[in-house]
Design a protein around this ligand. Sequence first.
Ligand code: AGP
Length: 618
Amino acid sequence: MCGIVGYAGPQTPSTTSLDVLLEGLARLEYRGYDSAGVALVTPRGLASAKRAGKLERLREALAENPLPEGTVGIGHTRWATHGRPTDENAHPHLSADGQVAVIHNGIIENFHALREELLGEGVTFLSETDTEVAAHLLGRALAKVGDLTEAMRAVVARLKGAFTLLAVEAGSPDRVVGARRNSPLVVGLGDGENFLGSDVAAFISRTNRALELGQDQIVTITADSVEVTGFDGEPVVPHEYTVDWDASAAVKGGYPTFMQKEIHEQPKAVSDTLLGRLDDQGRLELDELRLDTAVLRRIKKIIVVACGTAAYAGHVAKYAIEHWCRIPVEVELAHEFRYRDPVVNEQTLVVAVSQSGETMDTLQAIRHAKDQGSKVLAIVNTHGSTIAREADAVLYTHAGPEVAVASTKAFLAQITAAYLLGLYLAQLRGNKYTDEVAGYLEELAQLPTKIQQVLDRAGEVREVARSMSDARAVLFLGRHVGYPVALEGALKLKELAYIHAEGFAAGELKHGPIALVEEGTPVFVIVPTRRRPELHAKVVSNIQEVRARGARTLVIAEEGDEAVTAFADVVFRIPETPTLMAPLLTVVPLQIFACELAAAKGLDVDQPRNLAKSVTVE
Ligand code: AGP
């Protein structure tokens, strides 16, 4: 998720505009980014500077070549989605005539078609980004209509996807224009100055008065005015509110911890990962997948290599990909893979899953795989990371930066991306017809709403977690795709609350682990959907088995599933959903439980002891 700042100040040019932009970007650094830039409207026209890397590099560039004093401006920290983290791909982007500067957060789904249209009309692109398309369209629209707000209106009518856009133009030293669809934008109301931001952290140090903008709205700010209309031009009176967070809380979006913020960002992480994956015939298109389709058709085996939560995401995807593609999928811990003598050749596709893209165990595993002649595809959340660079192809998740050490939204985005890969392969190899793929994509598209429904019940989970702060050991049971969810739930509790926890395949109970169950042992059970009665019935039996031995059963089951009620001490409900989609819902109560229990124990939820966000050593 990129950081966005806009400033409209007094009409006397000064250094204030640049200072406000840089201060706002510094407060947005928590969002994670890989490049930064600013643009100002000055008496000498537009002036801009941008650099890959951290804000410090931008400051150095500005020190070497100071910009003229301005009146209004925009600033951006970029979290790359389309195009590597380079100076050229950093924002702002300028129109061909250099009169308009644009910054953007989100994904313009139809940018390929728009880019082709502009190229066909002789436009030269300087970057690989989707954003530059908007800059050129805005420049052309402004030349036609002569007003930046109306030019923005004309342009957003052509864009699909999720976007927040801010623009300034050389001929309007008094205003900044913004537009938003499926991506946040807030207005800060100052005294003789006004602000725009991707979140209130951008301006919280200068004002706590804010306006929340709604879907499909355009805002025009000057130093002493704010005008809001719908994309249709109808005036809108936005709701004003006072931000009661301090600057520290603001960077967490008002949540006490980054982990809670990121748990609640999961609907967007999934929807953003799904965005822009269909071509204009509705066929699945993974444009970052630069592997020859003939290679993919010859694949006889897939091996997923990853660590920790990323490995469990791969384990969930195994069930779907084998079912859809009829290719055997092995899931291997990266640090084990590289030291055994795996059977790998040119008909093996090794899929590396990694949020950071820097995990040394996983990096060494893909190097080993390539030495053995395998093709490597990486599912990575961080553009330009080492694993992404060394893989033969990359399928990016779009979870945005994950700050908390314990992975949550990246887990759901990894499953989503792995499912997209599986459906792409099934479509390519003819295992699934386009309409069947479309059906699964529709099921995936329903998940963000269903995840939100689970999040809306977070209070029930938090209450139970607080009552269990003295728990000593917790078991997690699951079957089929619920088994890797059990493993992930146990990992969350271990790494956050420092409690011994273990995940088991439910069918394994009677082969030993049931000996652990005694009076009061907390046992979480992930119950399969009733659409798979053979799985559902067995897990209900497993609940009875542990309950009969005194376990305290905490069950995650679908709404309306009354078969579990008699044997459950606690039931956390999820919306009904197909089996393969269930992990993206059933894991959420387990994330919330672990997070709340750790907080109840007074532990550092975002930075647990002994752990690093990215394990860059073997
Ligand atoms: C997840 O909660 C853990 N922090 C850890 O297991 C993590 O998933 C693992 O280290 C892999 O990291 P990566 O996804 O960045 O490769």
